[in-house]
Design a protein around this ligand. Structure first.
Ligand code: EPZ
Length: 448
């Protein structure tokens, strides 16, 4: 119960953890073979809101079969959309999504509480319905409080929306109204991925030219802009700090093949390096989206080969510690910080892990320490890992999506048995993770 108390202490309030399915992992098995990367969660979640911006059908392919995509589908349906699953022999989810009714203006709180990307529906609702009410979005507890949305609200205000906060009992909802959105010049004081995506897609139907400055440059943003332009939008500059969007009267329908999930690919590359027990081929990915990871692998001495859509990781005698500092794309992505921290427990020497984006994403290091890792927390943003150390299996609770994946890596290389609870958090972002790991020889069972 130590871990739970620790989380309760940290959050300083009773936390109700949905103790649903769990993983039982027997560590120490050699891992080798092939693993197929799924479509990008963080690209897929932004396409469902686009269905609110057009009256025509959008066909999405290569969607990952993960919980967050199910929540995004449910949210679209709750807002008057229709989602038809199309059977596809090629694998990967294929859906036809289409708007049927424009009348709903309330985002369902039970869905908004489950994933951060629910906020992506707000801009399109303002652009086409003139109104949106919603509670604070949920998702991974990795940021201050419950991850601020001030840059969204400021951006919508600049485009002419009125923002009210309606408090009731112990809760509150945001109520946004806008007669007609107009173009604006918006500077993001902090680089925000969903903020950039949300205002970029919303501006497509706003009169005049909107200019977004200090934008995020993640590959998912470029992919979203390319898709929006393919259905009639006029967006320039995505993938660079300044994006210009010329408003148009309407958007058409179209097709969107979701790009490979770079975090899925990076997680498996780090797993293969940490296990260091066999050759692993990671297929259907885009190694070009992970250059920061490869430059680190060069420094620490991991043996890997990059092909057009594949990554091959081979075992080495030993590998070394190297400091990291997370940074917006193309720097080292914060979503791979937790898996990399586990890798550093097996590296020779000491490494400084500096998490610059979120102030609670290192909380899981405490759980790693309970498994035998030698980690000193310097402050909420910095930890020093010294390796190599043996890890030992134990009962754990997954605090969030990427920490959950990191704990699975730790369990796979640890001595003995590990039980990981609250794996809904992992199923949110990794498609059939236990099935794919078993294909590599892992001893992992799902207990529903
Ligand atoms: C996206 O989250 C991703 N999620 C995250 O992936 C990823 O970690 C993050 O970008 C950074 O790369 C999705 O795309 C669904 P931000 P997002 O806005 O957009 C602060 C995963 O594991 N901020 O770029 O919510 C924020 O608190 C998830 O797949 C404000 O202060 O992140 C953070 O410190 C986790 N005000 C920083 O900006 C705002 O209005 C960057 O956050 C918005 C953000």
């Amino acid at each position: 119960m130590y871990i739970v108390r620790n989380l309760v202490d940290f959050f300083n309030k009773p936390i109700i953890i949905e103790l649903m399915a769990k993983f039982i992992i027997q560590g120490g098995k050699p891992l080798s073979g092939e693993i197929k990367v799924a479509g990008s969660k963080n690209a897929a979640l932004k396409i469902f809101p686009v269905a609110l911006l057009t009256k025509e059908t959008i066909r999405i392919s290569n969607a990952p079969e993960i919980e967050d995509v199910s929540r995004a589908r449910e949210t679209l349906i709750a807002l008057g959309g229709e989602v038809k699953k199309i059977n596809s022999p090629a694998g990967g989810g294929v859906f036809d999504i289409k708007l049927k009714s424009n009348k709903y203006i309330d985002l369902p709180s039970e869905l908004v509480n489950k994933f951060r990307a629910s906020i992506m529906f707000v801009g399109p609702m303002l652009a086409t319905r003139g109104e949106a009410s919603f509670p604070h979005p949920g998702g991974c507890v990795i940021g201050a409080g419950s991850r601020p949305i001030d840059m969204f609200l400021d951006g919508f205000k600049k485009m002419g929306a009125k923002v009210e906060i309606i408090r009731y009992g112990s809760g509150q909802v945001y109520r946004l109204t806008a007669k007609k959105l107009k173009s604006a010049e918006i500077f993001f004081p902090k680089i925000t991925v969903t903020g950039t995506e949300s205002l970029m897609m919303t501006a497509c139907l706003a009169e005049g030219e909107t200019i977004l400055k200090n934008c995020a440059m993640e590959p998912e943003i470029t992919a979203l802009a390319d898709f929006l332009n393919s259905i009639g939008a006029k967006i320039e500059g995505a993938g660079a700090p300044t994006i210009k969007i010329k408003g148009v009267n309407k958007l058409k329908g179209g097709e969107y093949k979701i790009i490979p999930d770079r975090i899925d690919a990076g997680t498996f590359a780090i797993l293969a390096a940490a296990s260091n027990s066999g050759e692993v081929l990671i297929k259907n990915c885009n190694p070009g989206h992970l250059e920061a990871l490869w430059s680190l692998f060069d420094k620490i001495g991991i043996n890997y080969v990059l092909e057009k859509n594949n990554i091959k990781i081979m075992p080495v005698k030993k590998f070394f510690a190297c400091d990291i500092m997370t940074h917006e794309y193309p720097g080292f992505v914060t979503d791979l910080q937790s898996p990399y921290t586990v890798l550093m427990t097996q590296a020779r020497g000491s490494s400084l892990i500096h998490e610059t984006i979120y102030d609670r994403r290192l909380i899981f290091a405490d759980i790693l320490t309970q498994m035998g890792a030698n980690i000193t927390m310097c402050d909420p943003h910095r930890a020093v890992v010294t390796g190599p150390t043996k890890l030992y299996g134990r009962k754990l609770i997954s605090p969030d999506l990427r920490a959950g994946a990191a704990l699975i890596i730790a369990a796979l290389i640890a001595n003995g048995k590990t039980e990981i609870d609250n794996i809904y958090q992992i199923d949110r972002g990794y498609e059939k993770l236990d099935e794919r790991l078993r294909n590599l020889g892992a001893d992992i069972k799902r207990i529903d």
